[in-house]
Design a protein around this ligand. Structure first.
Ligand SMILES: [Fe+2]
Length: 387
């Protein structure tokens, strides 16, 4: 009797595992309210401005062979001057750009060179912001590596000041995109960094978290009535692992978090891993107390200005979340891919490589287009009018 029960249990587990492994991990998640997204069309005329969002590209395939960078370059080359691209941080994995004497320096420079090549013929504006990995993955050499990267990219790009905020300050740096839209760039790793970081008011204009929040509010007030983009590396809203969101399969197959082919059943380890990531210990995840303080401070400001568009990387996916009339766009899957969990407040999610374009039209409408990229090319996989 016991043996029959055992066999039945094993058969059940086997069927469940088979069911999991047949999941298409890259199937887009589209909220049921937007199932007919293809019939929602933006204005017929060309946009007056197009803003390309590319994040977490710090590990491209080398020497121009990376399909993502090839597709991004193709799209950028088709643009006129009324356009911009921003690289949303984690521009070099795993720990940023070391000093010139370091044996790893040349390899790391090459990672940036390959990304810079994507905009070598681009007529629009270019912006970069840092992520946690660019700050030595949050470790003690963070400030030096962050400054190394700013110097290298600006010297090599030949486009002037394009890395923001300057000098590893927190920002916000305000840059006009056109007459009616402005970009505010914040270095969110500055907030989370536990080692040396610039706190000199004469250099940065702000020296504390509170002053940074007040400066952000002041920039919003100065640009009231315009389309305001805020760009930073860390998400304020995410349905990915950095938000402590895990699908059931992560409890059974934790190695999928590191390699999407590793369907190795490790249920006990999986449970421990997911519990640890949800426990708010890790400073790079939104439930962490330092991170949460930042989210509350910034989101309070955003919600005073309906229609704000906040764009970030960090989670390796494409996502659109709209909450309290604020649009949150994640574009962090240039090099890596991580899961997205379906939630009622998630309009769109893709655990796949890609980038996002926000088009602004003359009537003031703004539409986000989500572009999926693979070895065969790029495809418009979702489009939505923003708040
Ligand atoms: Fe990150």
């Amino acid at each position: 009797m016991i043996n029959v029960l055992k066999i039945k249990c094993l058969a059940f587990v086997w069927i469940v595992l088979l069911g999991f492994s047949s999941c298409n991990l890259s199937k887009p998640i589209i909220h049921k309210q937007h199932a007919d997204w293809q019939s929602n069309m933006p204005p017929a005329e060309a946009p007056i401005f197009s803003f390309f969002l590319s994040g977490d590209g710090g590990e491209p395939l080398p020497d121009g062979t990376d399909p993502y960078l090839q597709e991004l370059k193709k799209s950028l080359n088709a643009q006129d001057t009324n356009s911009a691209v921003i690289f949303l941080g984690d521009n070099i994995y795993p720990s940023g750009l070391p000093s010139a004497a370091d044996p790893k320096r040349k390899t790391c420079e090459k990672v940036l060179d390959d990304q810079m090549h994507a905009y070598s013929d681009f007529k629009g504006k270019v912006f970069w912001v840092a992520g946690n990995h660019d700050w030595d993955d949050g470790h003690s050499e963070g400030l030096d590596k962050r400054l190394n990267q700013e110097r290298y990219i600006e010297a090599k790009s030949g486009r002037g000041n394009i890395y923001f905020p300057d000098s590893a300050c927190p920002g916000p740096s305000a840059i006009a995109l056109n007459d009616n839209s402005v970009l505010l760039v914040i270095d969110t790793q500055w907030w989370l960094h536990q080692y040396e970081k610039p706190k000199d008011k004469s250099l940065c204009g702000v020296s504390t978290e509170e002053e940074l929040t007040n400066a952000l509010r002041a920039e919003f007030s100065k640009h009231t009535g315009k389309t305001i983009f805020v760009a930073a590396h860390h998400p304020m809203e995410t349905c990915g692992p950095h938000g402590g969101k895990y699908p059931l399969r992560s409890h059974f197959f934790p190695l999928l978090e590191f390699n999407r082919k590793l369907w190795v059943p490790l249920p006990i380890l999986g449970g421990i891993y997911v519990f640890a990531r949800k426990s708010a210990k890790y400073i790079q995840d939104t439930p962490n107390k330092h991170y949460k303080r930042m989210r509350i401070a910034f989101q309070t400001v955003f919600e005073e200005y309906p229609g704000t568009v906040y764009v970030n990387g960090h989670d390796h996916s494409l996502q659109l979340i709209r909450k309290n009339k604020v649009n949150y766009i994640t574009s962090g899957s240039a090099s890596h891919i991580s899961h997205v969990v379906r939630k009622d407040y998630l309009d769109f999610g893709l655990a796949g490589n890609g980038f996002v374009v926000v088009n602004i039209y003359s009537n003031g409408e703004k539409w986000a287009e989500f572009i999926s990229v693979n070895a065969q090319g790029s495809t418009l996989i979702y489009r939505q009018k923003l708040d």
